[in-house]
Design a protein around this ligand. Structure first.
Ligand SMILES: NC(=O)c1ccc[n+]([C@@H]2O[C@H](COP(=O)([O-])OP(=O)(O)OC[C@H]3O[C@@H](n4cnc5c(N)ncnc54)[C@H](OP(=O)(O)O)[C@@H]3O)[C@@H](O)[C@H]2O)c1
Length: 264
């Protein structure tokens, strides 16, 4: 287990403990993040931002703006998920490889009924995915469009069952509803959306996100970095958030927000 910090529970005042010391099984943290009963598909997004709203540092990846406190929650959220859903831009920038749940979190994962393997699902129109994901015995589930230039190549490389055409009403674009339906068909209902900003914004816009976990890194970076949700148009209406809890370590704030679903 890496060296991870204690987390102060700042809010709500009636949370089960004021300080969550790191422990291998992360029982208290898991209990905090499973406090909401869920039925059917549940989409939790997990993102990190600087205090001035940047989704990356100057190196254009999130590695320069996250840290041990964020990692502590990040690994627990992965352990609670059936599948991690990401856009291909994130896979390429952040150099994703097949996912593994830390050994010390596997018992808690099994107790919650999750399968041993943590799946990775990637949304792409281009089909341009790195060899770090393709040349492996655990390829991701690829959600793409019927017009993807590399559709046949992906199918022969990964196996037809790992490549899903998830078209919707917009030509050449994967439909977020079709993505979640395809994941649910495979039994993946606890969905952890790790971005990036383009995919997350579409999921929010389609009214599909239940929860946003957002780490605020105590840095100002300026620069041209985008925010954690990027869409050329405004959300209409803006989505209201309700704070479920707020954790803290060394100036890093980690919020968990419930997202109001328009259809609810
Ligand atoms: N701060 C954070 O928490 C955080 C989290 C994740 C990523 N990031 C950063 O965000 C940056 C990447 O941003 P991004 O917005 O480009 O990431 P992204 O949303 O992961 O990737 C965008 C790409 O995903 C695919 N995609 C998204 N929606 C699609 C749709 N409806 N249909 C078909 N394909 C779709 C496309 O891939 P193709 O181009 O292959 O068609 C598109 O170019 C990186 O710098 C990364 O480090 C930050």
């Amino acid at each position: 287990m890496p060296d991870l910090p204690a987390l102060d529970v700042l809010l709500p005042a009636d949370a089960p403990a004021r300080v969550l010391a790191p422990r291998p099984d992360e029982a208290e943290l898991i209990s905090l993040f499973t406090s909401d009963p869920t039925t059917g598909v549940h989409v939790r997004a997990n993102m990190v931002s600087t205090v001035d709203g940047a989704a990356t540092g100057a190196n254009r990846v999130s590695g320069s703006i996250n840290g041990p406190a964020d990692l502590r929650v990040f690994r627990v959220l992965r352990a609670l998920a059936d599948v991690v859903l990401v856009g291909a831009g994130t896979v390429r920038a952040e150099r994703y490889t097949p996912l593994a749940v830390p050994v010390e979190l596997r018992a808690a994962r099994a107790a919650l009924g999750r399968a041993d393997a943590l799946e990775l699902a990637v949304v792409t129109a281009s089909g341009d995915l790195p060899d770090s994901l393709l040349v492996t015995d655990r390829p991701p589930l690829v959600l793409t469009t019927a017009s993807a230039p590399s559709l046949d190549a992906l199918r022969s490389r990964l196996g037809a069952d790992r490549v899903v055409v998830a078209d919707g009403g917009v030509p050449g674009a994967v439909d977020p509803h079709a993505v979640l339906a395809a994941l649910a068909d495979r039994g993946f209902v606890h969905v952890l959306a790790e971005g990036g900003p383009t995919l997350l914004a579409q999921l929010v816009d389609a009214d599909l996100v239940d929860e946003l976990c957002l780490t605020w890194s105590p840095q100002l970076v300026g620069g041209p970095a985008g925010r954690v949700a990027h869409l050329p148009t405004w959300f209409a209406p803006a989505r209201a958030l309700t704070l479920a809890h707020l954790l803290h370590a060394d100036g890093v704030l980690l919020g968990r927000w419930r997202v109001a679903r328009l259809g609810a």
